[in-house]
Design a protein around this ligand. Structure first.
Ligand code: 5GP
Ligand code: MN
Length: 340
């Protein structure tokens, strides 16, 4: 069976999505607030494919794309709004386990097509395709575009590659499969240059951002005998380092480059007693389950949530759960040869 079906239908969800697209003309495409590379890549790949079919497409998100993605085709024309009211025949929602993850109101007035790979997707669409085995939502978009018969233009292929590269943590996470590489092979055949994409995404730091990384990382704390890293940032720290608050994007991935560290938690003060929490892990340590306990979500190796309270209390509550998750997850191997 090529695709997982939703509980509401036995038909191939990709075929249902293609039918729903062919029958309609005007589309709005949305994704979760604070969109990441997989949101933007999935949305723009889909937008270019639909336009190739002669459809009218608007891409709308609650927040702007990360600055490192601004140079990719079409990203600057993504609309930033928290409500849509236009004349659309359908809303394609990607990367959202629930419709409210978009932060955009008004989407529920349209025929909703829900495409997602986050565990616990609520099947909120008129057509739903959930595939928890996809390493990125962009893998699913690839399948839809192929089924629609749209050729892989360089724009489409680039955006799908951006989604896969970023959502796999640069091919680090356990969600990667042979399907991931099979798709990437076809993207490279379509003209994608992986070093060029990687340079554009990862080597576009400002000096302020690098210095902020330095400041935050130099105050790293360890728990659980060095298996868990804790980092935190507030606005004063960011300003003192000469970076902006958004400059901390991606910082959470760095502690895991230390061999012994199995999980990392990043606390970012949004307002007094209000914290964004980002979590990353190696191997089977399930942080999606941890995030869900705090009303958030995500994937096994990358999840997030918002927690309110005093810092030391928030930190203690989250750390307790992450240490329990580390104890449950099988530790990743110590010896490099064991990974072969
Ligand atoms: P990040 O740490 O990069 O913000 O998020 C990592 C992953 O967790 C992403 O897949 C993201 O969609 C998910 N995630 C982050 N915050 C939340 C949240 O508050 N709710 C849910 N459901 N998922 C989240
Ligand atoms: Mn994703």
């Amino acid at each position: 069976m090529p695709h997982q079906t939703t509980p509401t239908s036995n038909a191939d969800p990709v075929a249902l999505i293609c039918e729903a697209i062919r029958d309609r003309q005007r589309f709005v495409i949305s994704s979760h607030s604070r969109p990441d590379g997989d949101s933007i890549g999935s949305q723009l790949a889909m937008a270019y494919a639909l336009r190739a079919l002669g459809k009218d497409v608007e891409v709308v998100n609650q927040d702007a794309a990360p600055s490192a993605l601004m140079a990719f085709p079409g990203v600057r024309s993504v609309l930033v709004a928290d409500r849509v009211d236009g004349q659309f025949d359908a809303a394609i929602i990607m990367e959202c386990s629930e419709l409210k993850r978009t932060g955009v109101e008004g989407l529920d007035q349209y025929f909703v097509i829900n495409i997602d790979h986050h565990p616990g997707n609520a099947n909120y669409g008129a057509v739903n395709w959930f595939d928890g085995g996809a390493a990125a939502c962009a893998e699913m978009v690839f399948d839809v575009i192929r089924a629609l018969g749209v050729p892989l233009s360089l724009e489409i292929a680039t955006h799908i590659y951006v989604g896969i590269l970023t959502d796999t943590g640069s091919f680090h996470y356990s969600s990667i499969s042979s399907r991931t590489f099979d798709i990437c092979r076809q993207l490279v055949d379509a003209g994608v240059e992986p070093p060029k994409v990687a340079r554009s995404i990862f080597d576009s730091n400002t000096l302020g951002r690098l210095k902020l990384f330095g400041a935050v990382l130099s105050s790293i704390e360890l728990e659980d005998d060095g298996r868990l890293a804790i980092v935190c940032v507030d606005r004063a720290m960011a300003a003192a380092a000469g970076g902006t608050y958004d400059d901390t994007e991606g910082l959470i991935n760095l502690p895991l480059t230390v061999r012994e560290i199995q999980a990392a938690v990043f606390f970012k003060e949004i307002a007094k007693h209000d914290y964004r929490v980002s979590m990353r892990s190696k191997g089977d340590i399930d942080l999606c389950a941890v995030a869900k306990k705090f009303g958030g979500g995500g994937h096994k190796n990358a999840s997030g949530c918002s927690v309110t309270g005093r810092y030391h209390e928030v930190r203690a509550r989250v750390v307790r759960e992450v240490i329990a998750a580390i104890a449950h997850g099988s530790p990743s191997e110590e010896e490099p040869s064991a990974a072969l």
